[in-house]
Design a protein around this ligand. Structure first.
Ligand SMILES: CC(C)(COP(=O)(O)OP(=O)(O)OC[C@H]1O[C@@H](n2cnc3c(N)ncnc32)[C@H](O)[C@@H]1OP(=O)(O)O)[C@@H](O)C(=O)NCCC(=O)NCCS
Length: 110
């Protein structure tokens, strides 16, 4: 299991400081999804939290944050991709308010 919380303003400020921040952390698909939103920052922040939550759940130090990404089904339900491939045995739940974004990742028992 993995859990992460982040301040939305922290992600906005990291992105303002360096143009390289977003493409270093997020996939093109994640950037496109967040950019469509009126206020993209809670959506970027929650995906950052999701990457850290999944990283904690997997306990795999070989993965970078960009290797882990968030996809969505037609209802908006999030799922985990590892290097672009859907991972079926990790469930993800995300929430964001104006100031904070939080993610929980849980591995399913086989
Ligand atoms: C899903 C729902 C509970 C989100 O609650 P909320 O208080 O508005 O928003 P939260 O900050 O708690 O959560 C937002 C995150 O929930 C997740 N989410 C969205 N839809 C979801 C769903 N159907 N199931 C699980 N998670 C969902 C997403 O990761 C979203 O983050 P994102 O927009 O950055 O991708 C709310 O939109 C809802 O009740 N929807 C009903 C389902 C629905 O109508 N789906 C659309 C069908 S067309």
């Amino acid at each position: 299991m993995g859990l992460d919380i982040i301040e939305v303003a922290r992600i906005e400020s990291l992105a303002a400081r360096s143009k390289k921040f977003l493409p270093r952390i997020f996939t093109d698909e994640e950037i496109a999804y967040c950019r469509l939103k009126k206020n993209p920052w809670p959506h970027f922040a929650v995906r950052f939290a999701a990457k850290e939550a999944v990283w904690k759940a997997l306990g795999q130090k070989g993965l970078t944050l960009k290797d882990i990404s968030v996809a969505r089904d037609k209802n908006g339900r999030p799922s985990v991709l590892l290097r672009g491939k859907k991972v079926n045995d990790i469930e993800l739940s995300l929430t964001h308010s104006r100031d904070y974004a939080l993610a929980v990742a849980a591995g399913l028992a086989h």
